[in-house]
Design a protein around this ligand. Structure first.
Ligand SMILES: [Zn+2]
Ligand SMILES: [Zn+2]
Length: 360
């Protein structure tokens, strides 16, 4: 007797379509990397996902479970677009070795999301969609930033202010960069630019993820908030795009007075500052009114002190994100420091070797 199924070696791809679909359904519904693997394996396993091209929910929730979403500039992506995002993030995670990105980021996002779910009041947050922070009942929920922000720094290619969000979201990807280690203040490499790290860009800005992120813009004395609205959950790239509306702004005398009035930066020599006042995050050794000659733009403040991300607080029933800084080791001068951030490390080192930059 002939037993064709016994005499032939059975491989995954000799299975009937029904069985391939069954295998797909047995992968964990929150395991982005497993589904991406299965999708990329073979045209027949790929075909198992065809139905989701017309229904964005599958890929959207797979990304959500890894703490990832479309950015607010991507409007309302179709199923196909969400699928491309998911595959792009999985492929990037496999190859990116950066401590702030890659598989480590996916794992940390998942852990943070899980933690937020454990702490939640199910009446206030369902745990599988962004928290609606415009609902006054919900503002009491504790919101924490993605610790990824602590890794982000800015070079001097601040995007022009008067551009549509969509263009600024691209340009900020060539301005913000990931530091190599948390205490690294030594400039950047072209491969560190955050636009090349889709996992970092798409990570939720907060846990739980929120639909509206209001950033209090108190570096400039203009008293308005930078608002990000993303029904899929505000992302790191969304927050950076919102900040990019102020980085290129040149500080005027009122802004500088405000920094001094709020004791963010001392006005004169540090030694005539009252001795009981705490040193702030900005270089205490250089009075602002001297540094302001070289650090004229708001973005330069992000280079002179270490941006650590956002602190969340409730102000009259609204969740507000406050920009937070800590001090860096004092650079040689405001000028040398901002120049150091203008060029990538490689060019800077090469130019220094030729003795070019010193004489600039
Ligand atoms: Zn990366
Ligand atoms: Zn420096």
């Amino acid at each position: 007797m002939d037993y064709p199924y016994h005499s032939r070696k059975t491989t995954l791809l000799s299975l009937a379509n029904e069985l391939l679909l069954l295998l797909r359904d047995n992968l964990e519904p929150d395991d982005l990397l497993a589904h991406a693997c299965y999708y990329l394996l073979h045209p027949r396993t790929r075909a198992c996902y065809a139905a989701y091209d017309n229904d964005p929910r599958f890929w959207t929730s797979l990304l959500f479970e890894s703490g990832l979403a479309a950015s607010c500039c991507e409007a309302d992506p179709s199923g196909v677009v969400w699928r491309r995002m998911a595959i792009e993030c999985a492929e990037h995670a496999w190859e990116c070795k950066h401590s702030a990105c890659g598989i480590q980021r996916l794992e940390e996002n998942r852990a943070r999301l899980q933690r937020a779910r454990e702490l939640r009041d199910p009446e206030l947050w369902d745990g599988c969609s962004p928290l609606d922070t415009t609902d006054a009942d919900k503002v009491a929920i504790r919101i924490q930033q993605n610790p990824l922000f602590e890794w982000i720094d800015f070079n001097s290619a601040f995007p022009p202010v008067h551009l549509p969000d969509r263009m600024r979201s691209i340009l900020i990807g060539a301005c913000a960069f990931l530091r190599e280690t948390l205490d690294d203040n030594s400039g950047w490499l072209p491969t560190d630019l955050i636009g090349l790290h889709p996992v970092a860009c798409r990570s939720f800005a907060t846990f739980p993820p929120i639909n509206i992120l209001a950033i209090r813009e108190d570096l400039l004395n203009r008293g308005k908030d930078l608002i990000v609205t993303n029904i899929h959950g505000a992302t790191v790239l969304d927050a950076l795009t919102a900040l990019s509306t102020i980085l290129e702004v040149e500080m005027d005398a009122d802004d500088i007075d405000a920094l001094v009035d709020f004791e963010i930066w001392p006005e004169y020599e540090y030694n005539d500052w009252e001795s009981d006042s705490e040193p702030g995050p900005f270089p205490w050794g250089w009075p602002l009114k001297h540094a302001a000659w070289t650090a004229r733009r708001v973005g330069n403040l992000f280079q002179l002190a270490q941006w650590t991300g956002f602190n969340f607080d409730i102000v009259t029933d609204e969740v507000i994100a406050f920009v937070d800084f800590k001090s860096k080791p004092l650079p040689e001068s405001a000028w040398s420091h901002t120049v150091e951030y203008t060029y990538p490390k490689t060019e800077f080192a090469a130019a220094n070797a030729l003795d070019g930059f010193q004489d600039l």
